[in-house]
Design a binder for this molecule. Structure first.
Ligand SMILES: [Zn+2]
Length: 113
């Protein structure tokens, strides 16, 4: 169970890293031609929007990376699969769906409030 979780988390990390590389490459602000092109205003706006969308997604992915690292720490300390808040066992189905879960469903919902 624990080793399986670790493998899952590590493969998730790899997926996220690959996704971030792709995202960053699609950022128009990182286009080497960007600085020199005197694009029309509407193009600038489009690039600005694309840039912001990419930044937001990268930020979200970084947060997930942080959570996955926390989950990996819990694998290492043997506390993976128990809720960080109430210490109850997190249902295996939930962990299958979201391997980086640190909380059980009800604690997660409480924390979101
Ligand atoms: Zn809980």
């Amino acid at each position: 169970m624990t080793h399986k979780a670790q493998a899952l988390l590590e493969s998730e990390l790899k997926d996220i890293e690959a996704r971030m590389v792709v995202l960053k490459q699609s950022d128009p602000f990182l286009d080497p031609d960007h600085v020199t092109d005197n694009a029309a205003v509407d193009t600038d706006v489009r690039e600005q929007e694309a840039h912001q969308r990419i930044e937001a997604e990268v930020e979200e992915l970084q947060e997930r990376v942080a959570t996955i690292h926390k989950a990996l720490e819990r694998v290492a300390t043997g506390t993976y699969g128990t809720c960080k808040r109430c210490n109850k066992t997190i249902p295996p189905k939930r962990l299958e769906l979201i391997p980086e879960s640190l909380y059980c469903v009800s604690c997660e919902e409480d924390l979101k409030r």
